[in-house]
Ligand binder design. Sequence first.
Ligand SMILES: CC(C)(COP(=O)(O)OP(=O)(O)OC[C@H]1O[C@@H](n2cnc3c(N)ncnc32)[C@H](O)[C@@H]1OP(=O)(O)O)[C@@H](O)C(=O)NCCC(=O)NCCS
Length: 331
Amino acid sequence: MEIREVDPADEAALHRWWQAGHEAMAGRPFDLRPTWPTTRAAMTRPHDDFEQTLLAAYDDDSVVGAALLLLPIADNLAMAYADVTVPEPHRRRGVGSALLADVEARARAAGRSYVLVEVLAPLGVVGPGERFAEARGYPIANREGVKVLDLDDHPDWAPLRQKTAERAGGYRIETWGNFTPDGLAPAVCEALNGFISMIPSGDVAIEDITLTPERLRRNETRSDQLGRRRYAAAAIAPDGALAGYSDLFVPAHVVDHADIGITMVLPEHRGHALGLALKLATHESLMAAEPRCRLVTTNNADANAQMNAVNDQLGYRLVEQQLEVQKTLSQ
Ligand SMILES: CC(C)(COP(=O)(O)OP(=O)(O)OC[C@H]1O[C@@H](n2cnc3c(N)ncnc32)[C@H](O)[C@@H]1OP(=O)(O)O)[C@@H](O)C(=O)NCCC(=O)NCCS
């Protein structure tokens, strides 16, 4: 078995890399890994904020495992984000270990201190990912739940709309799509830059990001060109200040599912049901613009009581657990 880098411009090699990842996750309750057209579009258009490396494990000529390494380069320079997948028939032969060792060597060579990996598992089950993480020296840094909302079958939102209207005070909600209005961009960046400190994230070593309006616009342009759609909302306080923000995304080349990005209400503006109001606004924008969309997914830390309460009211149900496992690298 040999680990080799995959050139995303080599479409046949990229497809086999994608296929291995897809097969490895075949048992999920909802297969929400990026589709082939999404992967092809995203991997061939590098992101300014990350250096990406695609790795495949080859046994003779067949791909028996796949990994992705993302090194953030605009902030979080101590972090390396990785994904390692081995399809069922090739497991327990050291393929995952070999891929992870390669990932770690690259992260170490780039001066990174932590490798963070997300492991999915059915509810109440200790899956192979968790066992593997344990065996390879990756303690659990945070526990999250993956939740799904069925847009064709959710609780009646009329009482929620009523509640947000009653609690809104002088706050208003503004919505937009792929591009943040110029006037709001500095405040949105400032809010997003404080997001990581604001959420319960256990022992995960990720630090606040350092977004600027220019970087935000560059990222938005890349997403837009890929064909990704965003539905965003901001809560604006009576004095015009940004009080909260939420967004959700439909991946490029996908019509039937969306994923929530970030939801936040700044501490001094809490208590006005703005979290719920923001989420209602983004979901309603999505449903109006994309009637074929069936599912929305999200994930939150188990410890995030407020966000979980909002999601429960909207009708999200827990379908999977997601563990964030993290290794501290010795240099
Ligand atoms: C996790 C995964 C990548 C492991 O791939 P793999 O090629 O089977 O891993 P390895 O053969 O290198 O396993 C290394 C060690 O991890 C542990 N391990 C791996 N899978 C295990 C399982 N199903 N049960 C118990 N221990 C397991 C064992 O200690 C194993 O060593 P051993 O076989 O000598 O006992 C694979 O199961 C997978 O793709 N799962 C779905 C995706 C995922 O969860 N990825 C996140 C990885 S952190």
